[in-house]
Design a protein around this ligand. Structure first.
Ligand code: C2E
Ligand code: MG
Ligand code: MG
Ligand code: MG
Length: 282
């Protein structure tokens, strides 16, 4: 029995485990250094709405690593969460998104755009999360209506009362609330009706094979129907083909994000993308 040998014996003499611990510690210290050096950047992926017009962007963080180049968030967000560094990183994302919204304010093409940011559970559960959001909005001098928070279903696993209360304050202040990657996590369907939500975002994994896998098609249709019956908006992520878009549209989903429209872009390229959009009369 491994347990009989004592906890230290297991961890200390398992070279694989030791390697993981060492690698995690090294990544944490690199992340801390990266934050200090301001090596993180936001890329922005366009989101399109009903008439094919752009309605906003999702801000997605990347790490401009001095040795490894541009690193995708899947390689470091978990470690940032586990180490607590997601708090300063998330704060930076929040402030950067609000600053970008301030830069767009008053410009005709971007007037109605929202920026969606991803919020980790650990960030949301911080006792002062709501205050930090309100402060960032205030300091940037923007309207909270342009800020969207993408939360995850894992938030619903515990402390529902606190979660609902926090969401309520944000929602009352005008912030838009979306549940990201909907369908892959802990779905407290019975609780959905109590959440002051605006939108469900269909996870990319269901969109991918929506045309060929009857189960994915059924799940996508169910999420769209669920959103509709709860009076929520619904957006599909990872839309890569017109056929996927058409399927989703046929079943009542009219907001999309995906490579069909654009990959996430650095701000300079996003500005070019916006300039090239057909001008809608308003
Ligand atoms: P997510 O929030 O679900 O973001 C969507 C991911 O799908 C992004 O990956 C995006 O680049 C990718 N994507 C969008 N359209 C398509 C498509 O048509 N095809 C394919 N194959 N992929 C598409 P990315 O940028 O690598 O981000 C991965 C995840 O990292 C995000 O998933 C989000 O959970 C997390 N993340 C990103 N930025 C932040 C952040 O600032 N804070 C936190 N807490 N998490 C973040
Ligand atoms: Mg997201
Ligand atoms: Mg998502
Ligand atoms: Mg996703």
């Amino acid at each position: 029995e491994a347990k009989a040998e004592g906890r230290n014996a297991i961890c200390f003499f398992d070279p694989a485990m030791q390697a993981v611990v060492t690698a995690n510690a090294a990544l944490t210290s690199e992340l801390r250094q990266g934050l200090r050096n301001q090596d993180f950047v936001l890329h922005y992926q366009p989101q399109v709405g009903r008439e094919g017009g752009m309605v906003g962007v999702e801000a997605l963080v990347r790490w401009q690593h001095p040795q490894h180049g541009l690193v995708a968030p899947d390689s470091f967000i978990t470690q940032a969460e586990d180490s607590g560094l997601i708090l300063p990183l998330g704060q930076w994302v929040l402030e950067t998104a609000c600053t970008q919204l301030a830069a767009w304010a008053g410009r005709a093409e971007t007037e109605k755009f929202s920026i969606a940011i991803n919020v980790s559970v650990r960030q949301f559960r911080h006792p002062e999360f709501v205050e930090m959001v309100m402060k960032a909005v205030e300091q940037a001098g923007i309207s909270a209506h342009h800020l969207k928070l993408e939360l995850t279903e894992s938030l619903l696993a515990k402390d529902m009362d606190v979660t609902i209360a926090k969401m309520g304050i944000l929602k009352n202040a005008g912030v838009t609330l979306s549940i990201d990657d909907f369908g892959i996590g802990y779905s407290a369907l019975s609780y959905l009706k109590y959440l002051p939500l605006d939108q469900l975002k269909i996870d990319r994994s269901f969109v991918k094979d929506v045309l060929t896998d009857p189960n994915d098609a059924a799940i996508a249709r169910t999420i769209i129907g669920l959103a509709q019956s709860l009076g929520l908006g619904v957006m599909a992520e990872g839309v890569e083909t017109e056929a996927q878009r058409d399927f989703l549209a046929r079943h009542g989903c009219h907001c999309y994000q995906g490579y069909l429209f654009s990959k996430p872009l650095p701000i300079e390229e996003l500005e070019v993308f916006i300039q090239r959009l057909p001008q809608t009369s308003s």
